[in-house]
Design a protein around this ligand. Sequence first.
Ligand code: PAN
Ligand code: ZN
Length: 185
Amino acid sequence: MTIIEASTFFNGTTGSLTGKEVVKSARTLRDITGIFEDQKALEEVDLDQIAYEVEIHEPVKGAEGGLLFGTSYIHSGKVGNEYFMTKGHFHEIRNRAEYYWGIKGEGLLLLMDEDRKCWAEKVSEGSLHYIPRNVAHRLINTGEEILTVGACWPSDAGHDYGTIQKEGFSVRVKEIDGRPVLQEN
Ligand code: PAN
Ligand code: ZN
């Protein structure tokens, strides 16, 4: 019998994942132009800047019964008065839940059920968020530093981006008088 060295590392302070089976990706504003309301404001920003990055520890692919573990880094910025945010999605297998937790920065987790009822939770260092089954989720950086958020979800959940692309969330988060405000979409 042998003792095996850990092959993947999670830095609890920065959220950083390194080592074996870690997959990194990034989305620029150009990749997500459709999610912003103010299309005119998009002409005034650098579309090649990164809106958010994701690191995922992916020991399994799509298999039922597995788990995935990730860190998302949403950059700080706005398009018009709408904050940088993730695309947002339902899980393809709708009944798959997920945990999020705040690591660094300030933001909101926007949630929407299948009746399009929306609510939002404040995300900050140490906050824990249970995303129930059948609930779409999007992270929004309302602060001035990078919003870093951990996540753990079933490996077979999948991402349904199409529904949000077509119908959006029923609520938008905008900065009004220097503060985040929820507005009906
Ligand atoms: C997260 C998200 C991540 C990026 O890992 O995938 O924050 O957001 P979008 O996938 O909406 O672009 C998660 O919820 N996984 O299920
Ligand atoms: Zn998810």
